[in-house]
Design a protein around this ligand. Structure first.
Ligand code: ADP
Length: 477
């Protein structure tokens, strides 16, 4: 079983082309092996049939020999008793046929030394018999040619003796022929049994071939379907990866275009401020100073932009798993709230649970997410507005909510606010000082923590951002 599983595993690691060849080879191998075995068995059957026919021919020839011998003896005896010439006819036929039969038999039993020896004995006995019969015939003819008076001298007893002469040789010959024939009978039985055996095997192999063919065919079909399914899955996966790559390329192009566009404007501003400052009269100390202050501001903003871009590039994809540790979200959020409370006229509230809410992650990055959300809430909420930060647990999730009573986001802009460099109202955002990267950064961090960030907003009423993160079971160490 283990071996089978190992084999199945190895099969799946083989390249598709090799598997395809194997799939085609399986039915061909089944077919060839079946045909091979069938050809071999049919050849064996043909060979055994030939031997059966061969033995039957030997039997037939033996019977012919025996009949001829009996005919010859009967003919001579009949002629001896009756002196009628028609009795000699079978004798004459037998005399002509016996040598032929013996020769045929000799040819037929060439492969069987035992039978060949027996045949030699038979041959000599037959020859002896024929000599005896010939002698009798000669004697009978001589007697026929002598006068009646002499014939009458031959007593009835002598005639009987004459008739009985050669009987013993004849019996021995028949005995030998019978033994020879019995051996052939035995051979015939054996060969017929073998022939029957091979015929049965042939039917069995036929059934087995059909079974192997059906099983091999079904197995090959199963492997083929498996392979085609796998190829289809691979193809769809490739298509998906291709689409993802295309999207990534598109995003990268857009990002590069936006980044260069965003940098070009402050660089141009730095250049023009520096040139104007340089052109100021020597005694004017105020204008160059103002220009320099602008250059410093612009450079700071460029530095922020470059830092944001670097951050996005560095944290693209998953964060380093080793930097993920379980921590209590309250411990990260509390100092942040204290820090932001001192910022402006906006009222900042916080609602945290009494029990710890543990997540597994990078505390610095989560702090960055909430800083970005708070920064937006402050930027897009007029003075005396309110910002609330809530932390609570929902099932196995931790939820951080940043709610403001600011300008809100239009429903048209809502689907795009997480895109890099997206700013709903260019004018409004520029005054607020953003590059349209804050939410993209926040979303990237949250996704790297297997979390989601959702927003609901109403123009003129405010916005609610929810960061939903999976809770960790481990407690803070
Ligand atoms: P920016 O640096 O321009 O604020 P962000 O990626 O942080 O870039 O935000 C993208 C856009 O989403 C902003 O330009 C703004 O239009 C909108 N936005 C984000 N947060 C808020 C909020 N709290 N209130 C209203 N609009 C917001």
């Amino acid at each position: 079983m283990k071996r089978l599983l190992g084999l199945a595993k190895r099969w799946k690691t083989l390249p598709a082309s090799q598997r395809g060849i194997a799939i085609v080879a399986i039915p061909i191998a089944c077919l060839l092996s079946s045909v091979g075995v069938l050809v071999w068995i049919n050849h064996s059957i043909a060979e055994h049939e030939h031997w059966v026919q061969h033995t039957q021919r030997v039997r037939l020839e033996t019977r012919v020999l025996l009949n001829n011998l009996i005919d010859a003896e009967t003919g001579v005896r009949g002629y001896g008793l009756t002196r009628r010439l028609e009795f000699l006819q079978p004798y004459n036929v037998a005399v002509a046929q016996i040598p032929e039969s013996l020769e045929d038999l000799e040819q037929l039993v060439q492969d069987n030394p035992q039978q060949l020896n027996r045949l030699a004995v038979i041959e000599s006995l037959v020859a002896e018999n024929m000599t005896l019969l010939e002698g009798k015939l000669l004697l009978r003819r001589q007697v026929d040619q002598t006068p009646e008076s002499i014939e009458s001298v031959v007593s009835v007893n002598v005639l009987y003796e004459w008739l009985e002469e050669g009987k013993e040789t004849m019996d021995r010959t028949r005995g030998e022929i019978d033994a020879f024939a019995m051996e052939e009978e035995r051979l015939l039985r054996d060969r017929q049994q073998q022939l029957e055996y091979y015929r049965r095997i042939n039917s069995l192999v036929l059934v087995l071939s059909v079974l192997i063919g059906v099983t091999g065919g079904s197995f090959a079909m199963h492997l083929f379907l498996q392979l085609s399914r796998e190829l289809a899955t691979r193809e769809s996966r490739l298509q998906a990866t291709n689409a993802e790559l295309e999207q990534a390329c598109e995003r990268l192009e857009r990002f590069t275009a936006n980044a260069s566009h965003e940098l070009r404007a402050p660089i141009a501003a730095v250049l023009s401020n520096a040139q104007v400052g340089l052109m100021a009269p020597e005694n004017d100390l105020i204008q160059p100073r103002q220009r320099l202050e602008k250059v410093v501001r612009l450079t700071k903003s460029m530095s922020t932009l470059v830092n944001d871009l670097l951050f996005l590039a560095r944290h693209e994809g998953i964060t380093d798993k080793r930097s993920l540790r379980p921590f209590d979200l309250r411990a990260v959020l509390s100092p942040l709230i204290q820090e932001w409370k001192t910022h402006s006229q906006i009222v900042l509230r916080s609602q945290f649970p009494d029990s710890p809410i543990i997540i597994r992650g990078d505390a610095d990055l989560i702090q960055q997410v909430i800083t970005n959300l708070l920064s937006n809430a402050y930027r897009y909420t007029p003075a005396n507005g309110e910002v609330t930060v809530r932390l609570f647990a929902a099932d196995n999730k931790a939820v951080i909510e940043v709610v403001d009573t600011g300008v809100g986001i239009s429903s048209e802009a809502l689907p795009y606010i997480f895109e890099r460099f997206y700013r709903e109202d260019q004018g409004r955002s520029k005054t607020a000082g953003g590059f349209g990267l804050g939410l993209a950064i926040a979303q990237q961090i949250v996704q790297a923590h297997q979390g989601t960030i959702v927003v609901t907003s109403e123009v003129g009423k405010g916005s609610t951002f929810q960061v939903i993160l999976p809770r960790a079971s481990a407690q803070v160490a």
